[in-house]
Design a protein around this ligand. Structure first.
Ligand code: NCD
Length: 302
């Protein structure tokens, strides 16, 4: 059976914990890269990104290379996509070239679900519209697990454009699987309605003293039409800054998937604040993606 990695929802708590622990082992191994077993030797993965990316695409590349694999970075902008080739035909072309896995990002929420049955190599969701971003979900779980030694019972505030965020989408799926309490903060118009008891709307400032982590989110300007945003007002109402950091518990951490807009959803001085784990999340992105590539491509892995 082909092991696609499309949504965290297809995993049980036990399976997902195995992946978090596998990612944790890779994060230890990354301290001495020369000792990492070449689990992807002679394997080629293709990064196929129809939307911009810095962290996800580069960390997949680093992850594959750390495991001894090779990477093709397919760029739709200078490809036959410009001649009208469809997504299906593009992915089928790469499959027929013999690559071992396709890492795929697209603005459509469900395109991979629609295409998956036609493919015989693992498809990895590197960001599906505003739906899910499961590899980010795994690195976020790894970051929380490293910090607190557990996932069950943690409380996480999410603040920003939750409605259009695939990062929040995957975090909410993970929250239901692990029993993490999620507080949805930020502008009403950017908050989805929750139907789950683990996920509830809350006032940002009153939630801050209660939580173990705060996940700040970027306003997804590319998914809005005619959005007028006053940066100063938004930052005052919903931005992470020193005033809000002081309301958090000393053990609580600040997270953000990146890219962040300094001065909008997060002040300059918070990005590398001692309570921030933003760059740690990026670092963990490599270990998480090593675990996912190993899981998807190898029968026997680490
Ligand atoms: C996010 C994405 O592309 O979904 N970034 C990421 O992958 N780390 C978040 C965003 O664009 O706001």
């Amino acid at each position: 059976m082909v092991k696609h990695f499309l949504s965290l929802a297809s995993f049980t708590q036990h399976e997902l914990m195995d992946l978090v622990e596998k990612a944790q082992s890779f994060s230890h191994l990354l301290q001495t890269p020369e000792k990492i077993p070449p689990l992807l030797q002679h394997k080629i993965i293709a990064n196929v990104f129809y939307e911009p990316s810095t962290r996800t695409r580069c960390s997949f590349e680093v992850a594959a290379k750390r495991l001894g694999g090779e990477v093709i970075n397919f760029n739709p902008e200078n490809s036959s996509v410009k001649k009208g080739e469809t997504v299906y035909d593009t992915l089928k072309t790469l499959e027929s070239l013999g690559v071992e896995s396709l890492v795929f990002r697209h603005s459509d929420d469900h395109i991979l679900e629609d295409l998956k049955s036609a493919f015989h190599l693992p498809l990895i969701n590197a960001g599906a519209g505003k739906h899910e971003h499961p590899t980010q979900g795994l690195l976020d779980l790894l970051t929380l697990y490293q910090e607190f030694g557990k996932l069950q019972g943690l409380k996480v505030a999410v603040c920003g454009d939750i409605k259009h965020s695939r990062v929040a989408g995957s975090l909410m799926v993970a929250a239901k699987i692990f029993g993490i309490k999620i507080y949805l903060c930020g502008p009403d118009s950017l908050r989805p309605l929750s139907t789950d008891s683990m996920i509830e709307a809350a006032d940002f400032d009153s939630t801050l003293p209660e939580v173990d982590a705060v996940m700040m989110l970027r306003i997804q300007i590319e998914r809005h039409e005619g959005l007028e945003l006053d940066a100063k007002t938004y930052h005052h109402q919903f931005g992470m800054n020193q005033r809000r950091q002081k309301m958090m518990q000393p053990h609580a951490i600040i997270m953000h998937p990146g890219p962040f807009n300094r001065g909008l959803e997060i002040s300059d001085d918070m990005v590398e604040h001692p309570q921030s784990r933003i760059f740690k999340q990026m670092h963990n992105g490599v270990a998480a993606r090593m675990a996912i590539l190993d899981w998807a491509i190898n029968r026997k892995g680490l």
